[in-house]
Design a protein around this ligand. Structure first.
Ligand code: ZN
Length: 67
């Protein structure tokens, strides 16, 4: 189920936090981690996410794509 945050991000491109490349949100996922005790979303391209990259305090993964 899409979150409000996902709707805000729906346009276009983001920067992968793992490899620092611009990626379309259609080929990226948002991973939820924890920073300073708060949940924070990190955008990673599918390649990095599939390759095992996880943010600090990883708690879950959210795919932008709706299927
Ligand atoms: Zn990447």
């Amino acid at each position: 189920m899409p979150s409000d945050k996902a709707k805000q991000n729906k346009a276009l491109t983001a920067t992968c936090v793992a490899c620092n490349k611009p990626v379309s949100t259609e080929s990226a996922v948002a991973l939820t981690g924890v920073e300073d005790g708060r949940h924070k979303q990190y955008v990673a391209c599918n390649a990095c996410a599939n390759g095992g990259w996880r943010p600090p305090g990883f708690v879950g993964l959210y795919a932008f794509r709706r299927e």
